[in-house]
Design a protein around this ligand. Structure first.
Ligand code: SAM
Length: 286
């Protein structure tokens, strides 16, 4: 019978003063086994699958992942958690925790070192909210051999990830995610199920990464820079935002050639138009 998150040790570790919660690391620990189970169930794990976890914290999610996945490779920035994680995960041998900032880690190297034998690699995490977007953009742009992401994040970011054109949630993150993966919102999570409670509600999002991209930019760096620039000032027109960073003449010619109105706002354009603009710039920019 698989365990459903030994939530007791989260409260105990905090109550016994074994550990001081650090706000600067976005430490909000999940204390409700129903939501832990929802995260793990929606990842659909098996023993041929390895999981990369970001921020194991006190190990509540890690424990469930060790139960259901073949191996767990976790990154934790807070070295004060070493003895607590060793204690809380003492029944398991199928994990490795690297005490390092995920934004600085050489993940590809670590995958080669620890996860070579696994056919499926998923990322499953309750993300530190202060760096949700850099983590997501960083992981997606590295083209890691990761097939699925199941992540808890602040509701606002989850809405953006699943944002559609012509809505207030649609932005560069929505487009970057839509380019790489199929996003699904799994569930909303109230702030009350964390210790300490954050100031915002959360949501679990699942991203299934495309084996083959339905539409591919010639140069993903050009594409990434372009979509960020298109939304740099949300209320400005596409032309005004682009002319802040690119040659004005080139932008005029591009919009004319692609039959995109210079007065539209980026929030009204579908993914295909961003890829067309990116490819034009790749081929025509000096
Ligand atoms: N997984 C635990 C849970 O579900 O209760 C903890 C989640 S807590 C929201 C985020 C965790 O990420 C904390 O343990 C924190 O120390 C860790 N963390 C914060 N910044 C990090 C970084 N840059 N790299 C790796 N871990 C980080």
């Amino acid at each position: 019978m698989p365990k459903i998150g030994n939530i007791g040790f989260v409260q105990k570790s905090i109550k016994d003063n074994q550990f001081k919660i650090k706000k600067k690391f976005g430490q909000n620990f999940l204390t409700d086994s129903t939501y832990l189970k929802k995260i793990v169930d929606s990842a659909e794990l098996d023993k041929n699958t390895a999981v990369i976890e970001i921020g194991p914290g006190l190990g509540a999610l890690t424990e469930l992942l060790c139960e259901q996945a073949g191996f767990v490779l976790a990154y934790e920035i807070d070295e004060e958690l070493i003895p607590i994680l060793n204690q809380n995960l003492k029944d398991y041998t199928n994990y490795k925790i690297i005490f390092e900032d995920i934004l600085k880690a050489n993940i590809l190297n670590d995958i080669e070192l620890y996860l070579k034998e696994y056919s499926n690699i998923y990322v499953v995490a309750n993300l530190p909210y202060y760096i949700t977007t850099p983590i997501l953009l960083g992981l997606l742009s590295k083209n890691l051999p990761v097939k699925r992401y199941v992540m808890m994040m602040q509701l606002e970011v989850a809405n953006r990830i699943c944002g559609k054109p012509d809505t207030k949630d649609y932005n560069a993150l929505s487009i970057w995610v839509e380019y790489k993966a199929k996003p699904t919102k799994v569930c909303k999570v109230p702030r009350t199920v964390f210790i300490p409670a954050p100031n915002v509600d959360s949501a679990v999002v699942r991203l299934d990464v495309y084996d083959e991209l339905p539409i591919q930019a010639i140069d993903e760096e050009v594409f990434s820079k372009l979509i960020r620039q298109c939304f740099v000032q949300r209320r400005k027109t596409l032309y005004n935002n682009l002319s802040l960073a690119y040659d004005k003449d080139c932008i005029h010619k591009m919009l004319d050639c692609l039959s995109i109105s210079p007065s539209v706002r980026a929030e009204g354009l579908p993914l295909e138009d961003f890829v067309r603009m990116s490819d034009y710039l790749t081929q025509n920019q000096k």
